[in-house]
Ligand binder design. Structure first.
Ligand code: APR
Ligand code: PHB
Length: 391
């Protein structure tokens, strides 16, 4: 088999790239190790910044998002006795939307298949080779057949635990890593959210986040120690702690049946460059951020926006300039998002550094309340810097 661009991974990065390339008349095949149902059900955070909303429109996959997504104009920051609304629209003119990542993935897969796109689910033993040649190879097993897919380029969009990054020879990548000493315990509950926007709460007991999946589904998170086990968190303890950490006078977190729960360790990771020969990495395959800044999905989409433009430049004008600049340009925004995600994480969690650090966090939160410049800085990072190469 042959294709112009072999795409490994059918997450937001891989699928968005496939659709962008098709718009430029470039052929691609998407190789995914899981089945369709699994990727369409995998629940992950779904906070879309304006750039991501715009790109969904550009590729013509935005209809359901426009109907069912929850459009928000800001978020709340809370500490005991104070709730500040960060009004993104007033501060930056940019919106955010809540739309489950799995819903976005469903729409992208349906659009791709509808346009005649080639996607191979349940591809096992995926292997990449000849990456530094002009025709890199993806091999995978489909049913009982071993398939060789000869490509002109490969896009590694297979997430943090994928095969692409680890196919790069040792010594090529410089890796940057920060592991935080806490996790998030997350729940999905059948409860109509008692808030009209996300609430990020600072509390002596640790951070908590009030988010939502739809007008009837709440998503809530609690900072817990890194070695915590779910068995130690019966429902009553979870709700009790959420009520304490989000407490505000005359108001409560609305409770309901918990339908899903999980623990997420917090980690930051970047590899540099995001390229080896004709393999280009995009999304979680190249970098991960702690979820406090809601940047993971948006960064993945930004990478493929740049990669699609660079590949179009190659195919349409024969110019390698965009491809040669891809890693440097993508990493500029990756590091901006790393800084912002780290800032939000450090400001809101109990980092275990003691009372001085805790008091500094309150000073930062107070400053955000008093200074419009500080609030605007947070807002422009959260709602997403403009989709240009400068950031
Ligand atoms: N071969 C083929 N596919 C693979 C392989 C492999 N060896 N390993 C992983 N995959 C698939 C996964 O099953 C998944 O569908 O690659 C896809 C990667 O998708 P994501 O993990 O969603 O990564 P990405 O598209 O970069 O999107 C980033 O995901 O983790 C969140 O917070 C993150 O929201 C962000 C988004
Ligand atoms: C979520 O809805 O799961 C979510 C939202 C915002 C975040 C993290 C997670 O910062």
């Amino acid at each position: 088999m042959r294709t112009q661009v072999g795409i490994v991974g059918a997450g937001p990065a891989g699928l968005t790239l496939a659709l962008l390339l098709k718009q430029s008349g470039i052929d691609s095949t998407v190789i995914e190790c899981r089945d369709r149902e699994y990727v369409e059900r995998r629940v992950r955070a779904g906070l879309l910044e304006q750039n991501t909303i715009d790109l969904m429109h550009q590729i013509g996959a935005a209809d359901r998002m426009d109907r069912e997504g929850l459009r928000h104009s800001g978020v709340y920051l809370r500490r005991p006795g104070h709730t500040q609304y960060i009004d993104m629209v007033n501060l930056t003119g940019r919106h955010i939307a809540i739309y489950g990542q799995q819903e976005m993935v469903k729409d992208l897969i349906a659009t791709w298949i509808d346009r005649g796109g080639d996607i191979r689910f349940m591809a096992s033993s995926v292997e990449l080779s000849d990456l530094d040649s002009l025709s890199p190879l993806i091999e995978f097993t489909e049913g009982r057949r071993r398939i060789e897919l000869r490509c002109e380029f490969i896009a590694g969009c297979d997430g943090f635990h994928g095969v692409s990054r680890t196919s790069i020879p040792p010594g090529v990548l410089k890796e940057y890593d920060l592991v935080y000493p806490f996790s998030w315990l997350g729940i999905l509950a059948e409860a109509a959210p008692s808030t009209d926007a996300l609430i990020y709460s600072w509390h002596e007991h640790g951070f908590s986040l009030y988010s939502m999946g739809s007008p009837t589904v709440s998503r809530l998170y609690l900072q817990v120690p890194v070695d915590e086990v779910l068995e130690d968190w019966p429902d009553e303890r979870i709700w009790g702690e959420l009520q304490i950490r989000h407490a505000s006078e005359g108001w409560r977190v609305s409770e309901g049946r918990i339908v899903e729960r999980g623990l997420t360790p917090m980690r930051s990771y970047v590899c540099d460059p995001m390229r080896y020969g004709r393999l280009f990495l995009a999304g979680d395959a190249a970098h991960i951020v702690p979820p406090t800044g809601a940047k993971g999905l948006n960064l993945a989409v930004n990478d493929v926006r740049l990669l699609a433009a660079a590949l179009s430049e190659w195919y349409e004008q024969g110019s390698a300039t965009g491809l040669d600049r891809y890693s440097e340009t993508a990493l500029r925004r990756v590091w901006r998002a790393q800084d912002f995600s780290n800032y939000m994480t450090q400001m809101l969690h109990d980092t275990g550094e003691g009372p001085f650090a805790r008091r500094l966090q309150l000073a930062r939160l107070e400053y955000l309340e008093r200074s419009e410049a500080a609030a605007r800085t947070l807002a422009e990072n959260y709602s997403g810097l403009p989709a240009t190469d400068d950031f």
